[in-house]
Design a protein around this ligand. Structure first.
Ligand SMILES: [Zn+2]
Ligand SMILES: [Zn+2]
Length: 345
């Protein structure tokens, strides 16, 4: 059982910040790290979906200062390589991930490297619980639907798998004016998808989703997202496209390579994309839609708990409740931690 204990405060990197955590989402990948599926150095502090207030900034940081309300993508770039300089920190070969490559945000304080490249401003209108929900699933879904999917008003968007990422994609697609068809095998997940904007749902356990989506859309989806990540859903996502359609692979396919029907890719001139998070540079349009209420990530929140309850909640993910929404830890931001000003602050 994960234990709540006192450890040394994180050291502020010269190019980074220490953030006083206001909220931290609890994600299935945290559970995978705890179970040892995704090995981390022990003892370890998990947590990678965070929002809070800058408590301390290193001397090389130019864009941020103590008191700023911020969040970070779950992939933090090095800020120096060709990918980061091109704005693509989400694929930085030297990426760090709080909660995996170092101590994370199930804590009062967390350190983030390369702050100028990785921090995202959180407007006052967006509270920390909502902002913490953006960092992993929601931002990933946003990039999948907008940057790769290039969804336009009136397009048909198919979403395969209605867990956290899938439901985010449903909400984002609907908010952008797409007509959303969501598939899953669980009735509660399909009900949630309808509540969040899916016009049609398909029970993939009862019907062939490819045939059903073809019929609903009159020839296939313009954009399809595999939010689950299985060989079956990946192939299904490609097969349900109309000609010139775009498939976006978001689900991680952790069991290895998945065969795709490349004959259909050629014949229909389909586009195939992989999507891995979203860089800080690409957050502002999404954050603006959250601030004005067009997107409401807080609707994906299930329970809001305290840090004391976090260990038990993580262990409870052994048997996840279907459609329960995301658990978020809320912390009282304690800015007295900035007692040792450093650098230019
Ligand atoms: Zn980099
Ligand atoms: Zn996550």
């Amino acid at each position: 059982m994960p234990e709540l204990t006192q450890v040394a405060d994180p050291v502020c990197p010269p190019d980074g910040v220490v953030i006083a955590v206001g909220a931290s989402g609890m994600c299935r990948s945290d559970w995978h790290a705890w179970k040892g599926h995704d090995p981390v150095a022990l003892p370890h502090v998990g947590g990678h979906e965070l929002a809070g207030v800058v408590a301390q900034a290193g001397p090389e940081v130019t864009r941020w200062r103590a008191g700023d309300r911020v969040t970070v993508p779950f992939v933090c770039g090095c800020g120096r390589c060709e990918y980061c300089l091109a704005g693509d920190a989400q694929v930085c070969p030297w990426q760090t991930q709080p909660g995996f490559t170092g101590p994370g945000s199930f804590a009062e304080l967390v350190a983030v490297h390369a702050a100028d490249a990785n921090l995202v401003s959180v407007p006052d209108a967006v509270d920390f619980v909502a902002a913490a929900c953006l960092g992993c699933r929601f931002a990933t879904a946003f990039r999948a639907v907008t940057a790769h999917g290039r969804v336009r008003r009136g397009d048909w968007l198919a979403v395969h798998g209605c867990g956290g990422v899938g439901l985010s994609a449903v909400m984002i697609g609907a908010a952008l004016g797409a007509r959303v068809v969501a598939t899953d095998v669980a009735a509660p997940a399909l009900n949630r998808a309808r509540e969040l904007g899916a016009e049609f749902t398909v029970d993939a356990g009862a019907a062939d989703p490819v045939a059903a989506i073809g019929e609903i859309t009159g020839g296939g989806a313009h954009v399809s997202v595999d939010a689950l990540g299985s060989p079956a859903t990946a192939a299904c996502s490609v097969r349900c496209l109309r000609r010139r359609g775009r498939h976006v692979q978001v689900g991680l396919l952790l069991d290895g390579p998945a065969p795709l029907p490349m004959d259909l890719v050629v014949a229909g001139e389909l586009e195939i994309y992989g999507s891995h998070g979203m860089a800080a540079r690409d957050y502002p349009p999404m954050m603006a839609m959250v601030a004005d209420g067009t997107l409401r990530p807080e609707l994906l929140t299930g329970r809001v708990i305290s840090l004391e309850e976090a260990g038990r909640a993580l262990a409870a993910m052994d048997s996840p409740a279907q459609g329960a929404g995301m658990t978020v830890i809320r912390l009282p931001v304690s800015l007295e931690v900035s007692r040792e000003p450093v650098g230019h602050l």
